[in-house]
Design a protein around this ligand. Structure first.
Ligand SMILES: [Zn+2]
Length: 257
């Protein structure tokens, strides 16, 4: 229930819908008031309230920028890794409304993307975000120094193609920093066979602002990811974590020199 999300909801659905929504969700937040925390946010750098409506780390988010635990972990990794030279880096983030926006705006260039099935790759929305499929990116080879994604890769059926594409558009020594929901082992939950989705495990859907019914997770991704997924030209390893009750980590997939 961050201020930014409230603002976006009001712009998209109108003020009365926004007020109705706030009164719907407010009791859930008030009920766990004792779990709220006041501290500095790693993403927007403000002293803020981290609101939540459950004990899950994923639900605790900055009042101002909506950053939760995984975005704060990414923010800490980006600030540590690119402390002095972010302004020399070209960055692609696979998220049009990221709480990392304030930090990444200091990059030499900052491209935000979203995915929408059926929409032409490379087409831009009015807010400047570009439609991109991570398995068929429209960018030239060696376009970026840094790619960021947060809980995206588990939704990509052909994970090897995604890594091939990020390796292609990254410059030598460039890196893809990403998070995925922590799991014990890497395995397919669902797959696409002859254009149809086939479920191997019980279908698991994650929340997605672009998809009200939720988005299917094709993968569980665990610490054995580098041994399971072939990724030519990328060194995939854990860069930060585990942190928090869920053991969240920041992964890095780094292109060689
Ligand atoms: Zn914040």
């Amino acid at each position: 229930m961050a201020l930014l999300k409230i603002y976006r909801h009001a712009r998209q659905h109108g003020l009365s819908s926004c007020v109705k929504k706030i009164f719907e969700v407010l009791p859930g937040y008030i009920g766990v008031l004792y779990l709220w925390r006041v501290r500095r946010c790693q993403c927007c750098d403000r002293i803020t309230i981290f609101l939540c409506n459950s004990s899950a780390a994923e639900s605790r988010a900055c009042l101002f920028c909506s950053a939760n635990e995984r975005y704060e972990l990414l923010a800490t990794e980006i600030k540590t890794r690119f402390r002095d030279n972010l302004s020399e880096k070209d960055v692609l983030e696979l998220d049009p409304h990221s709480p990392l926006r304030k930090i990444l705006a200091h990059a030499r260039s900052y491209t935000r993307s979203f995915y929408e099935a059926g929409k032409n790759g490379g087409s831009a929305r009015t807010d400047g975000a570009v439609c991109e499929d991570i398995t068929h990116l429209t960018f030239r080879d060696d376009s970026f120094d840094l790619i960021i994604s947060s809980d995206v890769l588990e939704h990509v059926p052909f994970l090897d193609k995604a890594f091939n594409e990020t390796a292609r558009v990254l410059r030598p020594a460039g890196a893809h920093l990403f998070t995925v929901p922590p799991r014990t082992k890497t395995k397919k939950r669902s797959e696409v066979v002859d254009g149809a989705i086939h479920h191997i495990e019980t279908p698991e859907y994650h929340r997605d602002p672009l998809c009200p019914q939720g988005i299917l997770a094709f993968w569980d991704i665990g610490a054995d990811l580098p041994q399971v997924i072939p990724s030519a030209g990328l060194d995939i390893r854990i860069a930060r974590g585990p942190a928090g009750n869920d053991g969240r980590v920041v992964w890095i997939a780094e292109r060689g020199q």
